[in-house]
Design a protein around this ligand. Structure first.
Ligand code: PLP
Length: 799
């Protein structure tokens, strides 16, 4: 949009006065933020309304991305950038004596997601709007987002994240579009006299679902999509006999809290309720909108809408859509089923067996009696149809209901036309191993969509310094098409460009060093290698491997203080699920090791260890630009894709990584020698599983370095971990090191030495960094969503 500084200043000052009866000289930063957000909202509402009209008038097919998590972070700068007014506003504010960055700080992170899954959904939201694709989000408006992490005495302490306390300027409550979602009670079928069996209900619990719409503004275009988040409320006209406190509490609980665990499911009823809640509400709204705009036969709905099931949490979309078509619109079962399969598509995000969602049959039957009947019927018909064709074993292995459990991944695959993995290796594993039986039956349904990241947030907003260097070197077209970064390759031997890249990285490191000083009270050397591992804390991600390497370096320096090493700062950021005991022990160990090393004068600041508390999107935006190295060291086959690996690549960090997830594609894209690869391959890991011949204790006993490092966990060398130390020690020895940390240790050390050697050659290092930046284009989520649009959803971008 077009905006002059003068106009903006006028709008902003007026808004401060009308909203808060104050002016620039007196307003606090919270007031300035609220006024600014309000002005920005005003700027895009017209575009939003116009785009809604355009969508309704053209009636083009739209996609709906159902996800139980979104992780947008802060919206202010993203909206300013996408409206094309970031610089104007920044300069105008500066002229008023206001620093935009400081004002932006007042916005709380919108953290209604745990980690990679939710962040991917938000990257997609940005990319869908920015590529002009008509596609909307659907999720839950949790009152409390992911907990705030405090580190106290080295331990993680969880505090509530009440992000809505000061209101949310971006959302629009649409009470008129509320729908009702029903749970429990009894259901029976009665003939309506025309041969149709219709459901009748008794004693159902009613919950009102109220949508809150948050516009997703496209980058310098006219598309504004919608992220619809549902809040649970008590219906106005509720029968007084239900109006008791317990019911009120239960109802508000539905949208109160995000489930703070991104890999295990403990079968809580509330979680299942949440899943049905946002699925049912979302589909009801879609149907209403479809009927009001298209007035077309509901049987053709597959030509107009696509519904995406992001991981299995929204898998109830399949039976709920069937319920709506069959029970509410009288569509025959077969036609309804064909339509459902055409409309639905599913992304698998993990092969970790503890993360594959299953619900006890009884629980589903009790909570969702009609949905249960429909699932049974889907399963029954499918079994009858396929038994004669493919035989009992294959049918049994792929049943939706098996051993008293409802398998949500099975439901998602069977009830949709597309199942995709999120990186090549992961999609291959799905076909060859994890979902092989399904692949045999439905080979045409399987495909790969390698993840991506919204590059606008992950460089244009978060790394202005590097963005400026890129603009000066290759022009600004990369801001619209990340593939254009390849223009950088010809400057690989240009000393002045390499120096500019170094200077940008140095400035980003200074910025982070200041933050570390402020938050952790630790002084770090900006010349040191900034070696970063930021992600959720999980055994499979192997933060522990990183820790063992740090201890190795530390003991070497203790033995020989004059050793010539390149100084390093190891930076961690990670939240552990509150109930994940082992992960919390690792956080405690990292913090105690950090204390031990940072306070040891004998090693003369050659290594520092920093654990930054409360890792979230905003912190990621500060840390990743400053990284020299990104640690992506999961055991091969365990990380489906990873997306922080892509953020690091975009910001010129070199990856230290295993052949896992999207790392493989990153290594290939950046070219040989521009990253550091180590560790078992997926085939070697599976070979160990087949033979059952991994023996971690042998490594402990035979490798003196490993021996010494592990002993430091139990012999008092590392202080204050008398509980955690033995737990970690045992996990690696007695319990045979589930994720092959010790097996990969030597090769990791080898790769780390190569890294150090390369870092000493500043030019060679910067060239490798340049090659990573130049070849990151394919990891833009603009590419990813275009593939979803073309291959899965069949939706078209606005011209
Ligand atoms: C990108 C991102 C993640 C995902 O990180 P991985 O290393 O891919 O697991 C998690 N949390 C936040 C805040 C992120 O920005």
């Amino acid at each position: 949009m077009k905006l002059s500084k003068k106009q903006f200043k006028q709008d902003f000052e007026e808004r401060l006065t009308s909203k808060f009866a104050t002016d620039i000289t007196k307003a606090g930063s919270q007031e300035k933020y609220a006024a600014l957000a309000s002005v920005v909202k005003h700027y895009y509402t017209k575009i939003w309304a116009d785009d809604n009209d355009y969508k309704d008038e053209t009636g083009k097919k739209q996609a709906y991305y159902f996800s139980i998590e979104f992780l947008p972070g802060k919206m202010l700068k993203s909206n300013l950038l996408n409206l094309g007014i970031l610089n104007t506003v920044k300069e105008a504010l500066a002229e008023l004596g206001i620093n935009l960055d400081e004002v932006a700080e007042s916005e709380p992170d919108m953290a209604i997601g745990n980690g990679g899954l939710g962040r991917l959904a938000s990257c997609f939201m940005d990319s869908l709007a920015s590529t002009g694709l008509p596609a909307n989000g659907n999720g839950i408006r949790y009152r409390y987002g992911l907990f705030k992490q405090k580190i106290i005495d080295g331990y993680q302490v969880e505090l509530p994240d009440s992000w809505l306390n000061n209101g949310n300027p971006w959302e629009v409550r649409r009470a008129d579009k509320a729908v009702e979602v029903r749970f429990g009670g009894e259901v029976w079928l009665e003939d309506d006299g025309k041969g149709n069996l219709l459901p009748h209900y008794k004693n159902q619990e009613r919950v009102l679902a109220v949508p809150y719409d948050t516009p997703m503004v496209g980058f310098e275009n006219t598309t504004v999509n919608n992220m619809c988040l549902w809040r649970s409320e008590v219906p106005q006209d509720l029968d007084p006999k239900f109006q008791n406190l317990e019911y009120m509490r239960q109802t508000s609980m539905l949208s109160a809290e995000l489930y703070p665990d991104d890999s295990n499911y403990d079968g809580r009823l509330l979680r299942l309720k949440q899943e049905y809640f946002f699925v049912s509400a979302g589909l009801q709204r879609i149907m209403r909108h479809y009927k009001s705009t298209h007035k077309k036969d509901v049987r053709n709905i597959a030509d107009y809408i696509a519904v995406h099931i992001n991981d299995t949490h929204p898998a109830l979309c399949v039976p709920e859509f069937m319920r709506i078509l069959v029970d509410e619109y009288g569509v025959g079962w077969n036609r309804a089923w064909d339509t459902t399969v055409k409309v639905m598509s599913y992304t698998n995000h993990t092969i970790l067996s503890e993360a594959l969602e299953k619900w006890p049959e009884d629980m589903v039957k009790h909570l969702l009696p009609r949905i249960y009947q429909i699932i049974v019927e889907i399963d029954r018909r499918r079994t009858a149809e396929l038994l004669p064709k493919i035989g009992a074993t294959l049918v049994h292995n792929t049943r939706i209901i098996r051993d008293g459990q409802i398998h949500m991944a099975h439901l998602s695959i069977i009830g949709s036309h597309s199942t995709n993995g999120v990186a090549k290796l992961h999609s291959d594993l799905l076909k060859d191993v994890e979902l092989h039986d399904f692949y045999e039956i439905y080979p045409e349904r399987f495909n790969n969509k390698t993840n991506g990241i919204a590059d606008r947030r992950w460089i244009q907003i978060s790394n202005e310094r590097l963005s400026g260097v890129l603009d000066e070197t290759i022009g600004t077209s990369w801001r619209h098409d990340l593939n254009d970064l390849v223009k950088l390759e010809v400057y690989k031997d240009d000393e002045s460009v390499l120096e500019c890249l170094q200077a940008a990285k140095y400035d980003d490191k200074l910025r982070l060093a200041a933050l570390i000083k402020e938050r952790n009270g630790i002084v770090v050397n900006p010349e040191a290698i900034f070696d970063v591992q930021v992600k959720r804390l999980h055994a499979y991600k192997r933060q522990l491997l990183n820790v063992l390497h740090i201890l190795k370096l530390y003991f070497e320096l203790k033995d020989e203080p004059e050793l010539d090493v390149v100084p390093r700062v190891f930076i961690f950021g990670a939240k552990a699920a509150p109930g994940y005991h082992y992960a919390k022990s690792i956080i405690k160990a990292i913090n105690e090791i950090a204390n031990m090393i940072n306070n040891d004068k004998t090693i003369a600041d050659k290594i520092k260890v920093v654990f930054m508390e409360n890792y979230n999107v905003s912190l990621a935006e500060l840390i990743i630009p400053a990284a020299n190295v990104g640690e992506q060291i999961s055991l091969a086959s365990k990380e489906a894709s990873g997306t922080s690996n892509m953020k690091f690549m975009l910001n010129g960090a070199l990856t230290m990584g295993t052949l896992d997830g999207a790392n493989i594609e990153i290594f290939e894209a950046a070219g040989e020698g521009n990253n550091f690869v180590f560790g078992l391959t997926k085939d070697e890991v599976y070979e160990y599983y087949r033979n059952g011949n991994y023996n971690a204790r042998d490594i402990y006993e035979q490798n003196p370095i490993v021996h010494r490092i592990l002993d430091s966990f139990i012999d008092g060398t590392i202080p204050n971990i008398s509980m955690e130390g033995p737990e970690i020690f045992d996990s690696l020895t007695t319990y045979n090191d589930e994720y092959f940390v010790l097996r990969d240790f030597n090769d990791y050390v080898r790769a780390q030495k190569e890294l150090e050697t390369l870092y000493r050659d500043k030019k060679a290092w910067t060239q490798a960094s340049l090659m990573n930046i130049a070849n990151v284009g394919r990891f833009s989520s603009d590419r990813t969503v275009k593939e979803y649009a073309d291959d899965i959803w069949h939706i078209k971008a606005k011209k």
